[in-house]
Write a protein that binds this ligand. Structure first.
Ligand code: SAH
Ligand code: SF4
Length: 401
């Protein structure tokens, strides 16, 4: 199945039941067309765009440079809608996580804000679940439910701005200054919607976050990478995680379709890559799997000649995960080796682990089960494992892996 057909198979839900159209997520041209169609003058689209994306207004009544009848007419035909934050969790280290519910069908995704001294980064999701099945990733074991729409992607940024109280778009010193497409999902398997959303986010007369402050992370959807660089010009991060095809085939199964050599070529040719704009290689540290110094040596050999930095990510465990995180000393040895070879190799400090940890854990106190409960637990575990295996097999069949 081609990438386009595949996107269609995971298409988002149909439009709103009340017949009103959401103006969020439309390109400038589409906004212009839909308003003209509804009988508005040509210049209205620009005004409405400014209210929606620069001022963050959701109520047409607040659009005060429009005459009252025009505002009323807008409210009859349209809405300005974002996902609903149904949970708002704050970590001890300031990281904030919103559980976002989609108004269209109630599906839920997560968006995370990570404040740092000189910036604030929003980690945005592109799909409900994920198309792919990377073995160390919790999202990968979930069934892909669907792609997010452009409105739902840009809506996450707007929802964060609402909660950070950051409207109208400030010029500088922003709490939300950077975006990483590193939440749930594979953004290049939902490219059209991601691209549309990022173009809106980058528009200078609205949210106005520059392409230099946006990073898209992919597991390696080789055929979409050049287009992404050419059309969007955003920074690229690639989830490498293994330095030979044998291992990468197993832990990042998209490698069976686009092996390491093809991936390296695609990255080498990524538009706009230079020493000032390097690719970020993401490398999750899995104990005894990919963390030896021989792996580090091979990693350095692979990226030779590509302007690169290497982000080492301590593995974040989840219930039933078939891996452990490498020992800290080993992560540091690995980092030193890569660093001495001339590549920046920061170790990603786990942020917000208190709220992340809480989210995958059972709430109940652990109890000694009765033999009958124990038997039931074993059966439930078997069923769960079989379901996971079936979901992974089904997804890989769709992808032709
Ligand atoms: N789908 C995209 C972006 C989302 S994942 C991608 O795969 O690149 C963001 C990063 O987190 C990826 O590098 C991913 O491999 C990594 N990751 C996934 N599960 C992880 C885990 N359990 N511990 C640490 N990093 C993980
Ligand atoms: Fe997880 Fe990214 Fe792999 Fe999807 S592509 S399963 S989100 S690591």
């Amino acid at each position: 199945m081609g990438i386009e057909n595949h996107s269609a198979a995971f298409a988002p839900p149909p439009p709103r039941a009340d017949g009103r159209a959401n103006l969020v997520g439309l390109s400038r041209e589409e906004l212009d067309a839909i308003l003209r169609e509804a009988g508005f003058e040509a210049f209205r689209a620009r005004q409405v765009w400014h209210w929606i994306y620069h001022r963050g207004v959701t109520d047409f009544a607040a659009m005060t440079n429009l005459a009252k009848p025009a505002r009323e007419k807008l409210a009859e035909g349209f809405v300005v809608e974002r996902p609903l934050a149904v949970k708002d969790l704050l970590s001890d280290d300031g990281t904030r996580k919103w559980l976002c519910r989609m108004p269209a069908d109630g599906q839920e995704i997560e968006t995370v804000h990570i404040p740092e001294a000189d910036r604030g980064t929003l980690c945005v999701s592109s799909q409900v679940g994920c198309t792919l099945t990377c073995r160390f990733c919790h999202t990968g074991t979930q069934r892909l439910v669907r792609n997010l729409t452009a409105a739902e992607i840009v809506g996450q940024v707007m929802l964060a701005r609402d909660h950070l109280n950051e409207w109208p778009s400030p010029k500088d010193s922003r709490m939300l200054s950077n975006i990483v497409m590193m939440g749930m999902g594979e953004p290049l398997y939902n490219y059209e919607n991601v691209a549309k959303a990022l173009k809106i986010v980058m528009d200078g007369e609205g949210i106005a976050i520059s392409k230099r402050r946006i990073t898209l992370s992919t597991s390696g959807v080789v055929p979409m990478m050049e287009r992404c660089g050419r059309e969007l010009g955003v920074n690229l991060a690639v989830s490498l995680h293994a330095v030979n095809d044998e291992l990468r085939d197993r832990i990042v199964p998209i490698n069976r379709k686009y092996p390491i050599a093809d991936l390296m070529n695609a990255v080498r040719n990524y538009p706009g890559l230079n020493n000032a704009r390097r690719v970020t290689w993401e490398y999750v540290m899995l104990k005894g799997v990919n963390d030896s110094l021989a792996d580090a040596r091979e990693l350095v050999r692979l990226v030779k000649g590509i302007p690169s930095k290497i982000n080492l990510i301590p593995f974040n465990p989840w219930p039933g995960a078939p891996f452990e995180c490498s020992d800290w000393a080993q992560i540091e040895r690995f980092a030193d080796f890569v660093n001495n070879a001339g590549y920046a190799s920061p170790i990603r400090t786990p942020r917000g682990s208190d709220i992340m940890a809480a989210c995958g854990q059972l709430k109940s106190e652990s109890q000694r089960p009765t033999p009958a409960q124990r038997a039931a637990q074993i059966e439930a575990h078997k069923t769960l494992m079989a379901e996971y295996a079936a979901q992974v097999a089904a997804k890989e069949a769709v992808l032709g892996l």
